[in-house]
Ligand binder design. Structure first.
Ligand SMILES: Cc1ncc(COP(=O)(O)O)c(C=O)c1O
Length: 402
């Protein structure tokens, strides 16, 4: 570690609020699926800015779109009509069954918008006082007060922020009876991730999802799907809910939308969209011309290059590689899970040393829930990159055994 790194660390601690437990790495630049530290050392990136840079880092084609749009129009606010926003909306809506979209700036903001829309739809369109949102344990929906309350986790994430907003209920994962029991006359919606990302890369079982959809229909309540992490080809379909052949009333997107520029979206049916009217919801920056132009280009590239199919194939390649590692290092790995390139390797115990060992070998991924290595690389990687990752993991496991 260079002196400069220590200096940066010290500088940051004097300047920024201490909200992040950062990795011991200062990134000076990134290209494709590689990160470079201050000394020019190269790291293999299996994190992609936490499932954000799905097309890889610092692309010239996206930089060109960004620069061109920035010279024409950057920001005028949502008081005006803007075509880049509409071009993007058309493209996004062509990928799913939703009829309308609202653009914002982050995942939490998209989920906040989804919650507001569900409540207002019930109030305004249905004339019912249904405001409660049911979520699942271990879910993650964001850090604003409402999305934090919706998040099915405890600990530092929630400590000290009371009073949290009313109107949220969390039920155990996988338990349909608990879900049924939580629905009452005030329930507006059930909100789920198709694969819980932060919660340990846990895909929802198909039967469970079918039961959730049936409960929503029976009780005439809305289904909200949080696709902030799963969205945009990562899981092997453009949207993860398409694996399950379901049509949510509302779903949200963010992370990968503009490949690193901040953007979020709430997508919903035409019916549900009736809940919003002018003045009911807004954001100054949402759907600005530059992010919209970039996001439209991102979607074009993803669809042209069939990156969803690629994610599915590479996920399967990774799964087979993990089986080989399990044979080579018995007792160390429990298995793998996930969908496509939202890929989790479940370790037999706390994975901190393994994660550190990978970083020491210049391989970056994330450790979630203490035992799950979460791999969310750019979707543009090849089998050789997965092999390089698995070789590094093999080496780490060998060194821990040796
Ligand atoms: C499923 C899910 N929802 C919401 C969020 C929050 O997104 P943001 O950090 O952009 O607010 C995240 C972030 O990790 C997420 O994974």
């Amino acid at each position: 570690m260079s002196n400069t790194f220590e200096a940066i660390k010290e500088r940051e601690s004097n300047l920024l609020c201490h909200t992040y437990g950062r990795y011991p790495l200062a990134v000076s630049r990134a290209k494709g699926n590689k990160l470079y530290d201050l000394d020019g050392n190269e790291y293999l990136d299996f994190l992609a800015g936490i499932a954000v840079c799905s097309l890889g880092h610092s692309r010239d084609d996206l930089a060109d779109v960004m620069a061109e749009q920035a010279r024409k129009l950057v920001h005028v606010s949502n008081l005006f009509y803007q075509e880049p926003q509409l071009d993007l909306a058309e493209k996004l809506l062509s990928t799913c069954a939703a009829g309308k979209v609202f653009f914002c700036n982050s995942g939490a903001e998209a989920n906040e918008g989804a919650i507001k829309l569900a409540r207002r739809y019930m109030h305004l369109v249905r004339g019912e006082e249904r405001h409660e949102i049911i979520t699942l344990e271990k879910s993650f929906h964001g850090r604003t007060l409402s999305t934090l309350t919706a998040t099915g986790q405890t600990g530092p994430i929630k400590d000290g922020f009371n009073p949290l907003p009313e109107g949220f209920v969390t039920v155990p994962f996988g338990n349909v009876n608990a879900l049924r029991g939580a629905i009452n006359a005030h329930t507006a919606a059930i909100m789920i991730e198709m694969v819980q990302g932060e919660g340990g890369v846990r895909p929802l079982p198909t039967d469970y999802v079918n039961d959730i959809v049936a409960l929503c229909k029976e009780n005439d309540i809305l289904l909200i799907v949080d696709e902030v992490q799963t969205g945009l080809c990562r899981t092997g379909r453009v949207w993860a809910h398409q694996h399950y052949n379901i049509v949510p009333d509302i779903f949200t997107s963010a992370k990968a939308l503009a490949n690193g520029l901040p953007m979020g979206a709430v997508l919903c049916s035409d019916e549900t969209a009736k809940g919003f009217a002018p003045g009911s919801h807004a954001t100054t920056f949402g759907g600005g011309a530059v992010v919209s132009a970039v996001a439209a280009k991102v979607l074009d590239i993803m669809l042209e290059q069939k990156l969803a199919d690629r994610a599915l194939d590479l996920g399967e390649f990774a799964r087979r590689a993990v089986v080989e590692l399990m044979e080579k290092h018995p007792g160390r790995i429990v298995g793998s899970r996930g969908l496509g390139l939202l890929f989790g390797i479940e370790l037999a115990g706390n994975g901190q040393d393994i994660w550190k060992g990978l970083l020491a070998r210049k391989v970056v991924c994330n450790l979630t829930q203490g035992t799950i290595l979460r791999l969310v690389p750019p979707l543009t990687i090849g089998e050789d990159d997965i092999t390089a990752f698995m070789d590094a993991l093999d080496d780490v496991l060998g060194s821990l055994e040796g």
